[in-house]
Design a protein around this ligand. Structure first.
Ligand code: PMV
Length: 324
C-alpha cells in the first residue's frame, strides 16, 4: 500500500502572462490537500468476485474510488482522456509495466475543484507518486512533474506548467515556461487570506479568451504581459528581502492588469474591494480568474477580521495561510 498527499497552491503574481513566457510566482497552500492511497487487491487464488486475474484487460482490475466526485468504477470504464485514467495509464506506460497488479485507488481532496487552487494538478501528482510507489518504482520529482504536465494539458489545453511544478516541489516557485525550475526563499513570513467566490471556472476558457485578445492585437497585449512580468520579478525580490509589506501595491497593480485582460469578474472585484475596505494591504484574483479565488495580503493579526468581512460579502469559504 502507498499513500501520497499533495498541497493546493495559489499564484501570487503573474498568471496568464506566464503562458506567454513571463515569470510568475506560486506557493503551496498546505491547509488543503489531495490524498491518494493505492492498495493491492490481491488474492492468493487469483480471483476476486469471480474475476480471473489472468484476464487480459488489466484495466478492469483497477478500481478507482473518488467519493468527493461520486466516482466508483473500474479504470476500464473511464474514457481515455479522463484525467484519472490518463494518469494511471501513463504511469504504467512510463514504467514499462504491461500488466499491473490488481489495485484499488482511493482519492480524496479538500482542494476545491475549478477554483484556481490547483486541485487537478494536486490529484495527478499524488496519484503518480502513490501508483509508482505501490509497484516499488518511485519516480523522481522531475519525472512526476513531466507526467503531471501532460495531464494538465487535458485540463487546460495550453498550460504553462506552473500548477504541476509548484505542487510537485511543494515550495515557492519562480516559474518561467520552458526554463529550469527555480524555487525561491521567503525572507520573512507573511499572511494571505484566500477567499472563494464560489463561482467555478474553467481555466481553459479564460486562457482561450486571452489568446483571442492577443491574436487580435499582439503588440498591445505583449506590453501588458511585460508589465505583469515586471511586477512578478520585483515581487520576488521583495519577498526574498523580507519586504513583504511592499507586495500590497504590486498585488493591486497586478489585479488591474488582469482586469484589462478581462479575466476578473464582478464577484472577484467585489471581494477585492471588500478586502480593501477591511484593512488588506493589497488584493488580486489568483489563477485563471472569472471566478475561483482571490487573495489578500494582510497583517497577521488582521487576518481573521478580513476573512470575516469577506465571508459577510458573499465569499463561500476563506483560508488563512502563512507563506514561509
Ligand atoms: O486556474 P489555475 O489555478 O489552474 O491557474 C492557471 C494559471 C494560468 O496562468 C491562467 C494558466 C497557466 O497555465 O499558467
Amino acid at each position: 500500500m502507498a499513500t501520497s498527499s499533495t498541497p493546493g497552491k495559489i499564484i501570487l503574481f503573474g498568471e496568464h502572462a506566464v503562458v506567454y513566457g513571463r515569470p510568475a510566482l506560486a506557493v503551496p497552500v498546505t491547509q488543503v490537500q489531495a490524498t491518494v492511497t493505492v492498495s493491492s487487491t490481491d488474492s492468493v487464488t487469483g480471483s476476486r468476485n469471480g474475476m480471473d486475474f489472468r484476464e487480459k484487460d488489466w484495466q478492469a482490475r483497477i478500481r478507482i474510488e473518488a467519493p468527493d466526485i461520486c466516482l466508483s468504477t473500474e479504470l476500464s470504464r473511464l474514457a481515455p482522456d479522463h484525467p484519472l485514467a490518463a494518469v494511471t495509464r501513463s504511469v504504467f506506460f512510463t514504467l514499462g509495466i504491461d500488466s499491473p497488479p490488481p489495485l484499488t485507488i482511493h482519492i480524496t481532496s479538500t482542494i476545491p475543484v475549478a477554483s484556481g487552487l490547483g486541485s487537478g494538478a494536486a490529484v495527478s501528482v499524488a496519484l503518480i507518486r502513490a501508483l509508482s510507489s505501490t509497484v516499488h518504482r518511485p519516480l523522481s520529482d522531475e519525472q512526476v512533474n513531466t507526467l503531471a504536465y501532460e495531464i494538465e494539458k487535458l485540463h487546460h489545453g495550453t498550460p504553462s506548467g506552473i500548477d504541476n511544478t509548484v505542487v510537485t516541489y511543494a515550495k515557492p516557485v519562480y516559474f518561467v515556461k520552458d526554463q529550469p525550475i527555480e524555487t525561491f526563499r521567503v525572507g520573512a513570513p507573511f499572511t494571505i487570506v484566500i477567499a472563494d467566490t464560489g463561482v467555478s471556472t474553467l481555466t481553459k476558457e479564460s486562457v482561450g479568451d486571452v489568446r483571442e485578445l492577443w491574436e487580435a492585437d499582439k503588440t498591445g497585449w505583449e506590453k501588458v504581459f511585460d508589465e505583469i512580468g515586471k511586477i512578478a520579478r520585483l515581487a520576488r525580490k521583495m519577498i526574498e528581502n523580507g519586504e513583504w509589506m511592499a507586495l500590497g501595491p504590486l498585488m493591486d497593480e497586478n489585479h488591474a492588469l488582469l482586469q484589462q485582460l478581462t479575466v476578473s469578474s464582478p464577484e472577484l472585484d467585489r471581494l477585492v474591494e471588500v478586502a480593501h475596505r477591511s484593512g488588506t494591504l493589497g488584493a488580486k484574483l489568483s489563477g485563471g480568474g472569472r471566478g475561483g479565488n482571490m487573495i489578500a495580503l494582510v497583517q497577521k493579526e488582521d487576518a481573521p477580521a478580513v476573512a470575516e468581512a469577506l465571508m459577510s460579502a458573499g465569499a463561500k469559504r476563506t483560508i488563512i495561510t502563512q507563506i514561509e
